[in-house]
Design a protein around this ligand. Sequence first.
Ligand code: GFB
Length: 326
Amino acid sequence: MNDSALHEGRIYVAGHRGLVGSAVVRRLHAEGLHNIVTATRDELDLTVPGDVMAFFEAQRPSHVLLAAAKVGGILANSQEPVAFIRDNLAIQANVIEACHRFQVRKLVFLGSSCIYPKFAAQPITESALLSGALEPTNEAYAIAKIAGIKACAAYNRQHGSNFLALMPTNLYGPGDNYDLLGSHVLPALMRRAHEARAQGLDELVVWGSGTPRRELMHVDDLASACLFALQRLDASDIGECVNIGVGSDLSIREIAEIVMRVVGYQGRIVFDTSKPDGTPRKLLDVSVMKHLGWSARIPLAEGIHSAYQDFLTRFTGQAAPALSTH
Ligand code: GFB
C-alpha cells in the first residue's frame, strides 16, 4: 500500500469519538490526512445492517479503521456479557461485509489481547490463538473479537480482501472512560487516587490481590501503529492477527504505585479481594510488528503523566463525574 492511495481516498474511522478512534483521528490529521469520514452514534447505528450499507454506499470510503466497539473493564465485561458479544458481533459483521460489498481497499480491524487463553505461555505469540480456555470475565468480548479476526481471514481468503486484524494490549490515554465501575484499571485508579487526594482519604482501594500483571500502552502509540498499518502493511504481511504492545508489564500493585506518584497521593493501598483478578498475565510478544518496522515509543510514567493532565483538563472547572460506588 503506498501513501498516495491514502491521500487520495476517504478514510472512515468508525468509533471516532472513543479512546482509540479519537487518537487515530488526531494522528491522521498530524500526518496531513484530512480526508476523514466519521459518523456519530446518533447519525449511524453500526448494529443495523441496512443503515451501515446505506452509509457505505453514500460515503464510499477507500480505507476503514474499525475502532467502534462495546468496550469496558473487568467488571463491565463480567456483568454485561450479552451486550459485549451481541453488539460487537453485530458491528463487526456489518462493517466487514460493507467493506467487501463496497470494495474498500483496506480495513484495519481492532481486537484486544483478551482473545488469548487465560494461561497462555508468556509473552503471548499470535499462534496461541484458540489454544486454550479463555478468561471467564471477558469471554463474551473475546469470542466476539476472535470472530472478527476469523471473519477478516475468511473474506481475505474467499474474496481477496485486504482486511488486517490488530490486537492491542491494555490501552490508556486522553479521552479514556473514567467511570469507576465500567472502566479499565488505569483510568479507574487515576480517578480514585485523584479523589482520595482531594478528599484527604487515608486509603486507596485497589481491586483484586494486586498480583496480576498488565501491559499498558498509550493510545497514541496504538494510533501510530494503525497509521503504519494503513500506510505500509497488507493482510499478506501479517498472519490472521498481529499483536500491538510495548513488550513489558507490571503488577497491578506497581501500576497503582506509579499512579499515586503521578497524582501526588501518599495514602495506603487497600486491596478489595472481593473483586476479580482476571487473567494473571497477558504480556504480548511484539516481535512481528518490530520485524515489520514498528515499535511503541511512549514510556509509561510519561504517558500516565500526560493522561493525568488530560483528566485534569477534562474535569477541572467542571464537576467531576458523579462518584460511582466502588
Ligand atoms: O483493565 P482491566 O479492568 O481489565 O484490569 P483486564 C483488571 C485488573 O486490574 C484486575 C485490577 O486484576 C483488577 O483486579 N484492578 C484493580 C482494577 N483496581 C481496579 C479498578 O478500580 N478497576 C478495574 N477495572 N480493574 C480487560 C478486558 O481485561 O482488558 C477487556 O476485560 C479488554 O475486554 C481489556 O480486553 C484490554 O485487563 O483484566
